[in-house]
Design a protein around this ligand. Structure first.
Ligand code: M6R
Length: 587
């Protein structure tokens, strides 16, 4: 949530560099943007409502500075206005700050410093004001240190002080990474922002501050002591974070599923077996995640039951803390997260750790906080996922959970064989004819305000995931149900022509869900069947391969494409849906 990017170094076009870097982080928040720099000893600030992607490359041409900071916002405190956009600055316009997170005690600090000094409705504005207050008696570095010690809540900040040739950043709970280039440094919420300049990074941990000028100095905020850091090389290519030949990241990432399943299952057998041992030894195994990752956990619950004969408990990460009553040192918490930065998941981990419970994470961003704070962590290796709607990460997460379920059952090789076959079939599915057919189905659905999706067994969570996909990118009101639950209430919603999607697999529940589909049809529903075989109840049939227990991995693909094409038909931007951000770093 919110993208931060700053740079200091050899180039004098830092403002333009910041704008281009922020464009690569726009998926983190896109309701307003802003940049700041020290230009000839004055604080230059430009901030506006709207998307950073609309800012032309020439906007800052001729404004020379080799140190600048910018921000792309997802509003929390204060509406979407130019004044509330970041950077925020002190009343004397000497200190500017960009911030990602929430300052819980901003009210108290604002009262203390004097309300009349403040011009925005944000929590962030207290930070530059506080730094400015301490600057009366201290140097910049000490002032930022003192200010951060006063802040309660979660934050990643970058501060700039006019006349001081250094950027100072600090974090607690929100991501911030230092990119180390040749004679230049970058501070960013995520790696793609600086990938074209460097693949070398240093991680800032919680409660640490970094002072960046012609070198970097890491400091523990609580003790004030220096912290040693290692330089780490990230093996992501800049091109993998670009759209390439596609109009949208979402479509690019859907198409990448031709390869990503292979990468997910290509795990080191020893590492998998270490995790298997932890799962087998656990007395009480919990799965947790948010949104799509949460639905993946639910699919995992079914995989573990069907393949490994093992019971696991799922709870959305935002609900997980209440389960602390059941946590023990012998329990295991398995968290799933694409970004590895989701605040609710981090809180679930905190709760677990307090009880001595070990944490295993399945993550896409290896450098993320969740990956680094887990006892065991497996990377899904899907490559950068930038569209707000999670697609390739979800199928990779499901593949890895299924592989682990097989391994827990002593059948790792069989799991690999099954999943390699699934990957091949997904490759065959994603052909132009298939895409065109789905587009035609999407054209019909997009005219409706409501759509319902039903699934059973491991396809029940896919019905819930389908609803998220359609809601978030097309704004059609979509809801997913367990097929058997329809007759207990939801079927009252169905009227003549209501689009209803039925997710079917060749499994033991096939006849049951077909009966539920027939019940929908009898109430006038327009049935879109996603199934390996045709059935007379379908008005539209989207054929998917028969892959046995792995059916969620193939049934989700047409749903992702439907959501994408409905969004396009409605003239929307599927990559940047309203009110959302890719990485949700606030509770
Ligand atoms: O980065 P995470 O996997 O932890 O993110 C979790 C959710 O915020 C995410 O899956 C969200 O629901 C997506 N927008 C769904 O497409």
């Amino acid at each position: 949530m919110c993208g931060i990017f700053g740079t200091i170094g050899k180039r004098d076009n830092a403002l333009s560099l910041v704008v281009e870097g922020l464009k690569k982080l726009e998926y983190r928040g896109y309701d307003s943007w802003g940049v700041t720099a020290d230009v000839d000893g004055e604080l230059f600030i430009d901030k506006h409502v709207g998307k950073i992607s609309t800012v032309g490359t020439s906007r800052f041409e001729g404004i020379k500075s080799n140190m600048a900071v910018g921000h792309s916002r997802w509003a929390t405190h204060g509406g979407v206005t130019d004044i509330n956009a970041h950077p925020h600055f002190s009343h004397d316009r000497k200190v500017a700050v960009v911030h990602n997170g929430i300052i819980e005690n901003y009210h108290e600090i604002r009262e203390e410093l004097g309300r009349d000094k403040f011009i925005s409705e944000t929590d962030t504005e207290v930070i530059p004001q506080l730094i400015s207050h301490y600057l009366k008696t201290m140097e910049f570095k000490e002032a930022v240190l003192e200010a951060t010690r006063r802040l309660k809540g979660r934050y990643a900040i970058v501060a700039l002080h006019v006349g001081d040739h250094q950027l100072i950043a600090a974090r607690r709970g929100s991501p911030l990474i230092v990119g180390v280039g040749n004679g230049e440094y970058f501070l960013a919420s995520d790696i793609p922002a600086f990938l074209e300049y460097t693949q070398d990074v240093m991680y800032l941990n919680d409660n640490e501050m970094v002072v960046v000028n012609d070198h970097v100095e890491f400091i523990n905020i609580e003790t004030g002591e220096l912290v040693e850091k290692r330089l780490i090389n990230i093996d992501w290519k800049a091109e993998s974070a670009e759209k390439g030949e596609y109009d949208h990241y979402m479509l690019k990432e859907i198409m990448e599923q031709k390869d990503t399943i292979h990468r997910a299952i290509n795990q080191d057998s020893e590492e998998i077996m270490e995790i298997v041992k932890a799962i087998q030894a656990a007395r009480g195994c919990f799965f947790s995640g948010c949104g799509t990752a949460g639905k993946v956990c639910m699919v995992g619950e079914y995989f573990f039951s069907i393949v490994a004969d093992r019971h696991v408990n799922y709870a959305p990460a935002s609900e997980f803390p209440i389960y602390h009553h059941f946590l023990k040192p012998e329990s295991l918490l398995v968290v799933v997260s694409q970004s590895g930065e989701t605040a609710d998941v981090l809180e679930a981990m905190e709760v677990a750790k307090k009880k001595g419970t070990k944490v295993l994470s399945l993550i896409n961003v290896g450098s993320s906080t969740i990956a680094r704070q887990s006892d065991y962590s497996l990377l899904i290796n899907a490559g950068p996922e930038k569209a707000v709607a999670s697609t390739k990460a979800a199928t990779s997460q499901m593949a890895l959970l299924l592989l682990i379920a097989y391994a827990v059952n002593g059948e790792l090789q069989e799991g690999r064989r099954v999943l390699a076959e699934v990957a091949g079939k997904i490759n065959d599915m994603l052909n132009p004819r298939f895409l065109n057919y789905i587009k035609s189905v999407a054209e019909a659905i997009q005219k409706h305000e409501n759509a319902y999706i039903i699934g059973k067994a491991q396809n029940y969570p896919i019905a819930l995931e389908a609803a998220i996909k359609i809601q978030e990118v097309s704004y059609v009101h979509a809801e997913g149900f367990a097929a058997g639950e329809l007759k207990h209430g939801p079927i009252a919603l169905v009227t003549e022509g209501t689009p209803c999607i039925s997710l079917i697999a060749n499994d033991e529940v096939k006849d049951d869900i077909l009966n539920n589909t027939i019940e929908l049809k009898a109430r006038g529903a327009h049935i879109i069947g996603i199934a390996p075989e045709k059935h007379e109840v379908f008005d539209d049939w989207i054929k998917v391969p028969d892959v046995g227990v792995a059916s969620p991995l193939v049934n989700i693909i047409p749903i992702q494409l439907l959501a994408y094409y409905i969004s396009i038909c409605r003239g929307l931007d599927p990559d940047m849906p309203r009110n959302l951000a890719k990485s949700v770093t606030v509770k």
